[in-house]
Design a protein around this ligand. Sequence first.
Ligand code: AMP
Length: 394
Amino acid sequence: MSFMTLGFCQPILKAIADLGYNQPTDIQKQAIPAILAGKDVVAAAQTGTGKTASFVLPILERLNIERKLRGKRIRVLILTPTRELAVQVEESISQYAKNLNLSSMAMYGGVDINAQKQKLIWGVDIVVATPGRLLDLAFQRALHFDELETLVLDEADRMLDMGFIDDINKIVERLPVDRQNLLFSATISNEVRRLASTVVNKAVEIAISPKQATVAKIDQWLVTTDKTNKSALLSHLIKDNQWQQALIFIETQHGAAKLVSQLEKRGIIAESIHGGRNQANREKILKDFKSGKIKFLVATGVAARGIDIGELERVINYDLPSEVDDYIHRIGRTGRAGASGEAISLVSKDNFRELCAIESRLGHIIERKEFAEFPVKKIVPVSILNYVPKNRRT
Ligand code: AMP
């Protein structure tokens, strides 16, 4: 199956070809025909599978059939959990729509609301928004939904985790009943199903399994270590392997700042990105990381969620996340859509529970590497693979 047989118009085919996409990914093969046919879709797919293009491309194709731009009246609404993801999705739209006469914008809080209002007055076809700012603007009657054709909930599981359910409900209540609904989620938990049941209608269900999607292409390994040795071990790994770039995940803002200064003491220049930094700052850091100006970026989980860097070769879990889904998302940052990637975790004994949960989900033990310079005092046992966390969400 090729993009041409999927039925896209020339301007879209040209944009895809310019990006070097040769053929559709699994999720694209399944989702695109259903969306083009106007059906609702519920898809279990993670970042790295090409899921963004799987909904953006058919949406563009459908919008392009008829041009009817009107001030304050949007035709497509894409809801995302974070500002970074909103920006990233909007960037993808701009790339795919570069030969079309359609407009899009990212809408999120923390930045000047008036500039966003002005843009809406001029007319926007596709809005990619975080729920809070969108509601603000809707309450202020800066945008209207009466001509809305398509609603997309992107990373629905994460939106629920972040407590956006009430906002989502308030938004959905304002939308026309007759619309297309697309829901994408890394995992389809009971909560996601409940949300889907109130939003979508007779949906086509698509599941791209994690193994199919990302895990198989990513070289995962871990180093067990004592907690106190982590920053020295990380510096050693960076220098010894001559790594040129890495996205490093850490749990807390405080930990991020501390790690940056510890790395700097060892001659490694790093930056940190976390929710405590203002939006302009975060955007600048992300841009510099993408361009390679910043080589090592230490990120807390939420801040890191929407980061899409095409050539990212490596992610490092300085701390293991407490949720398995977060681990899968994180490693999905690398090895995207066919490229190979590496995911390395530094694991101390107090992470054993998280490690068991992750390895149980993966269905295999992650390869362990040892470094003679860093002998471990508190040994991390080998995981039990059928481990079920007590607080597991279904
Ligand atoms: P996503 O899963 O939407 O985060 O996309 C992951 C990455 O895959 C992005 O960098 C896209 O540019 C890229 N991508 C999407 N579709 C394709 C495709 N058909 N072929 C090659 N790369 C793709």
